[in-house]
Design a protein around this ligand. Structure first.
Ligand code: PHE
Length: 449
């Protein structure tokens, strides 16, 4: 069969694909969300469940997404529709792609607000406003930002525009080059911060908090949060990785590539946790402080360390970049779809989608001020959309991808694409996507009802 090509372009090499997919995976989920949900859910036991979910469910599903994308060379709706048809199954599988696009827009709406906080903190660190700040003052500063809808709206708008500029430019060499420098730099700075955290009195408390396993702290809701986060952090269940896979070169091996992405993503999250919790414990702060955790603890740490102003500034810049490369991947599946199916130009598609996502974002930022009384199922809009997408829509999307890869698509297609070195490895993967992943996710869902 002649090799299909995506109409949107393709990555220059296997490494560019790894960088782009890692850019999608590593983001606010790792540095902002993972530490704060670990804090809210009691630490060690939660971390262990999260790691199990990544290894047993996340990585095998990522393999599925990449092979589906690369085989079909189209956006998720079309990829699933076509492969289902070629395998003699119902075209309705395309609906899974539709749910993914919706999840992408909903995630963007709150993601962009948090990215906006990061942009604000780039300026606060640069100006020296955080030098020597106490934990009380850092808390008050963050509260002050949340209470100010105008500033939040400004940064939300700036971030949305940054994303739209890149997405409208297409599968982009500039971005690829930026990721190549920024991802390693992020890692180095995380290690600097980790070094600082290791020098504080709280390091051993932080370490024990993250790695001591205490089942009594684990609830079924915490398991669902861990599972949901494993999808969120790997960008699974909504088509981002499938779309990036559709731009992947044919020669590259999917298994080792996906493993690399999964390991990098997990390392960044663990290092972020090990950098943040010691600071929390040595300053007597609350690990369960919620979404503000990073924005309160890090300024305190940077405020105390040598060259803290410089490191703090660089660190927030890099988190901003990590958020940026992730947000781009939230939009790409829908933009690719609008270009393929609706025949829009990429620019128009980006603008249309961006406008919708931006408007929804206003409802999220209002959660902290003018709309703080408005709740859905007992949560404000921001928390509700976070919960709905990460804990329900992404795992559901993930189940469908697993079922699709395991039961629907012709086994020959999977074998051709994956070309695993050993037949046993293929069998293990197939068993996981056929049974383990869907059953595990379903059980966790049911136990939460
Ligand atoms: N994986 C990203 C993060 O951890 C978020 C994301 C989710 C991006 C879903 C794309 C799709 O920040």
């Amino acid at each position: 069969m002649q090799e299909k090509k995506s109409i949107h372009g393709s990555w220059a090499s296997r490494w560019i694909f790894i960088l782009a997919a890692t850019g999608s995976a590593v983001g606010l989920g790792n540095i902002w969300k993972f530490p704060y949900i670990t804090g809210e859910n009691g630490g060690g036991a939660f971390v262990l469940v999260y790691l199990l979910c990544i290894a047993l469910v996340g990585i095998p599903i990522m393999v599925g997404e990449v092979f589906i994308g690369r085989r079909a060379r189209q956006s998720p709706v079309n990829a699933l529709t076509d492969l289902a048809q070629e395998s003699g199954q119902s075209k309705k599988w395309g609906l899974v792609g539709l749910m993914g696009m919706l999840a992408g827009v909903l995630i963007f709406s709150f993601y962009s607000i948090v990215a906006g906080w990061v942009l604000q903190y780039i300026f606060s660190t640069a100006s020296g406003a955080l030098n020597g700040i106490s934990s009380e003052a850092a808390g008050a500063l963050f509260e002050g930002l949340l209470a100010d809808p105008t500033t939040l709206l400004m940064w939300h708008t700036v971030f949305t525009i940054m994303v739209l500029v890149v997405v409208s430019a297409g599968v982009n060499a500039g971005l690829e080059r930026a990721t190549r420098i920024m991802m390693p730099a992020l890692f180095v700075l995380l290690l600097v911060l980790l070094g600082y955290a290791m020098s504080t009195d709280g390091f051993s408390a932080g370490w024990h908090f993250m790695f001591d396993f205490d089942v009594s702290k684990l609830s079924w809701d915490a398991v669902l949060v861990a599972l949901g986060h494993s999808f969120f952090t790997l960008s699974l269940g909504m088509g981002s990785i499938m779309t990036y896979g559709s731009y992947m070169p044919k020669r590259a091996s999917i298994g080792s590539t996906v493993l690399t992405i999964g390991i990098l993503d997990t390392l960044v999250a663990l290092v972020a946790g090990l950098a943040i919790f010691p600071i929390i414990f040595s300053n007597g702060m609350d690990p369960a402080a919620g979404p503000g955790l990073m924005f309160i603890s890090l300024p305190v740490a940077f405020g105390q360390m040598a060259f803290g102003q410089l490191f703090g500034f660089l660190f927030f810049v890099l988190i901003g970049v990590a958020a940026w490369t992730s947000a781009i991947s939230l939009m790409e599946p829908t933009v690719a779809f609008l270009v393929e199916r609706v025949g829009m130009t990429r620019k128009k598609a980006t603008l249309a989608l961006g406008t919708v996502a931006w408007a929804l974002g206003i409802l999220c930022l209002g959660s902290f001020n003018f709309m703080s009384d408005f709740t859905l199922f007992g949560k404000n809009t921001f928390d509700f959309l976070d919960y709905l997408t990460a804990n329900i829509m992404l795992p559901l999307g993930g189940i469908f991808v697993a079922l699709f890869a395991g039961w629907v698509v012709k086994e020959k297609f999977a074998k051709d694409e994956l070309s695993f070195k050993s037949e046993a490895l293929f069998k293990v993967w197939k068993f996981i996507v056929k049974f383990i992943a869907p059953v595990a996710v379903t059980v966790v869902f049911i136990l939460n009802l």
